[in-house]
Design a protein around this ligand. Sequence first.
Ligand SMILES: CC(C)(COP(=O)(O)OP(=O)(O)OC[C@H]1O[C@@H](n2cnc3c(N)ncnc32)[C@H](O)[C@@H]1OP(=O)(O)O)[C@@H](O)C(=O)NCCC(=O)NCCSC(=O)C[C@H](O)C(=O)O
Ligand SMILES: [Mg+2]
Length: 307
Amino acid sequence: MTAIDSSRPVRPRRSVLYVPASNAKALAKVRSLACDAVILDLEDAVMPADKGPAREALRRFFAEGDFGGKEMIIRVNGLQTAWFGEDFLAARACRPHAILIPKVDEPDDIASVADALQQTDAPSDLRLWAMIETPRGVMNAGQIARHARTQGSLLDCFVTGTNDLIKETGALQMPGRPYLSTWLMQILLAGKAYGLDVIDGVYNDFRDSDGFLAECRDGRAMGFEGKTLIHPGQIAEANRIFGIDPARLAEAEAIVAAFALPENAGLGVIGIDGRMVERLHADMAQDLIEKARRIAVLDGSPTETQA
Ligand SMILES: CC(C)(COP(=O)(O)OP(=O)(O)OC[C@H]1O[C@@H](n2cnc3c(N)ncnc32)[C@H](O)[C@@H]1OP(=O)(O)O)[C@@H](O)C(=O)NCCC(=O)NCCSC(=O)C[C@H](O)C(=O)O
Ligand SMILES: [Mg+2]
């Protein structure tokens, strides 16, 4: 959960739910859901004839506000599509936390949107997220992520698009994602190299809870911040798997406490319960404690770790 700009708040992104902007029933449900973030979709989930009404629905939805601390993102149609211009204007006017650009192939794709945003009176805290879901996007992921280091970059987050990757490459959808994993790790490494959060792709079979759980665990082990979801029934497990394990939190608190002892002040490495612990572990422990604090705030269950 490394933020590019450390002055910006670190946000939990355990569960990131897609909601078709054209689906009034699903939109009405958003405020009651316990996901960390919502991607309001104008792209694949919305039929061409419904794009205009979906933009209107978003305008009304955002005008009502009150999202209970959830991060709100609008996914527009791709840069090369006929819908992008109107989507971009509508999304900007809604003032979400971020705009998600699908099918990002190269750094210029992000740069052009960032330039367009900076030349407008858009709110200064509006961020950009990028979907990496094409072969070129994967091959250029490092260069795209590197944009985050350019002056005034708005890029915050990579979202992996496993459905499009499967479509574009012909790889088979298989348990354990044996072939996709290579590309997912490439995207993950690129994002992490430049301080981006990286979110795992969707699990389409939303009634298969065992398969979903296995894929969440897989994504967590790979290092993703969270998972993109398609159904409210997937939220609780994603929050649990990508959340904080109480045992790990207790261990982190013990590490921070040990390094705070006067006798350890000048030491770079100490032993705790027969295990070597370095200063880098103390940094990781501090990050984990901060993440737990933010999750507790979002979940409305502040813990003792809350400052
Ligand atoms: C997949 C669905 C079409 C299934 O919908 P449905 O048959 O209505 O499911 P349920 O009857 O089980 O729904 C129960 C209630 O929950 C609401 N619901 C369902 N899904 C959502 C949602 N995503 N957000 C909010 N609310 C939701 C239903 O309305 C029911 O409500 P109620 O009757 O009042 O209890 C549907 O789940 C769906 O449309 N999901 C999202 C699909 C989507 O957005 N797809 C595009 C994004 S994924 C993608 O593009 C990946 C990427 O780009 C890639 O390449 O990989
Ligand atoms: Mg896609």
